[in-house]
Write a protein that binds this ligand. Structure first.
Ligand code: NDP
Length: 294
């Protein structure tokens, strides 16, 4: 007597989710726009619906994992959502999540938005540490928590429907900048025949892990309002050091487009005056203030 689940979207992620619910014994009804993608899950006992509306009718708990927010609107157009518990695991912006929450409530459904912090191979593998940010209806989350926890860990971040997407995108944005840094570092050493990428890699990843500790210091400074708290590498020193980073890129014939924008923001913060002893936390405020950006 496991909770029946309807799942719309059988891409890489949807298929991984569906397999876990089947393995855990949940009756599963699936639908995918392009037919045939449900065959593998059907072999494990899933019922494949002919239309999204038919799939939605099969279960109270309806999970959607589609490409983007527009595809959610298209797929659910014409489905009767009255009394449904709609869980949207499609990546989108916070504003899309808020609009989708209003849209679902107008149609008589409770709504929970989710942001998946995992790749498909981490789904159903708790040791991999993947989890999903959820926000929106607390009642829906509490009622279906066990079902939602089968594929990956759960982290409920508030009633505001946009908060799951905001957490998701904040983490992805930090990852994007980090990947930019990784690419830049490899570009710097790439031309050197005696620096093997595989020997350089552990040095780089070890350094990134060590520097990740600065996340906690930034948080402490934002909460205390004292941006000099605990600073060991100050803005004046780091801004001077940026010249070395940019000059080295020039010497190696490497473009600076990935690191120059952050260096410019640091210089602009320093130029405001009185911030020599801070770290980079003041740039949080600058980014939020268009008039102060370079
Ligand atoms: P895929 O590209 O593998 O699958 C996309 C799915 O969306 C397919 O089922 C596709 O159907 C469907 N789709 C696209 N457009 C429409 C439409 N207009 N109407 C109906 N269905 C549509 O993507 P994933 O499964 O990898 O990703 C799904 C969601 O999960 C995305 O929002 C993604 O950001 C998120 N996610 C994915 C991760 C990953 O590593 N894969 C990690 C974290 C989140 P069809 O088969 O007909 O094309």
């Amino acid at each position: 007597d496991k909770t029946p689940v309807t799942l719309l979207g059988l891409g890489a992620m949807g298929t991984a989710l569906g397999r876990v619910w089947l393995d855990a014994g949940h009756p599963l009804t699936v639908w995918n726009r392009t037919p045939g993608k449900g065959d593998a899950l059907a072999a494990y006992g899933a019922r494949v619906a002919d239309s999204a509306a038919e799939a939605v009718a099969a279960s109270r708990l309806v999970v959607v994992c589609l490409l983007d927010d527009a595809s959610v609107g298209e797929a659910l157009d014409g489905a009767d959502l009255t009394g449904k518990d709609l869980v949207n695991l499609t990546t989108g912006t916070p504003e899309q999540a808020r609009a989708r929450a209003r849209w679902a409530e107008e149609r008589g459904a409770r709504f929970l938005d989710g942001g998946i912090m995992a790749v498909p191979s981490m789904i159903g593998a708790p040791e991999a540490g993947g989890y999903v940010f959820y926000s929106g209806s607390r009642a829906l989350f509490d009622e279906h928590r066990a079902t939602l926890a089968a594929p990956a860990g759960t982290s409920y971040v508030g009633e505001a429907p946009g908060h799951a997407a905001l957490h998701d995108v904040a983490l992805l944005s930090a990852m994007t900048a980090m990947m930019g840094g990784i690419v830049h570092a490899f570009a710097l050493v790439r031309g050197e025949r005696d620096i093997a990428p595989k020997e350089f890699a552990p040095l780089l990843s070890g350094w990134l892990v060590a520097m990740a500790g600065s996340v906690g210091q930034t948080a402490a400074q934002l909460e205390s309002g004292d941006y000099t708290e605990g600073v060991v590498s100050n803005l004046a020193m780091m801004t001077a050091g940026n010249a070395t980073l940019l000059d080295t890129a020039g010497e190696q014939g490497v473009g600076t487009e990935l690191i120059a924008p952050f260096a410019e923001l640091m210089a602009a913060r320093l130029a405001e005056g009185g911030h020599d002893d801070e770290g980079t936390t003041g740039i949080v405020d600058m980014l939020r203030s268009p008039a102060r950006r370079p």
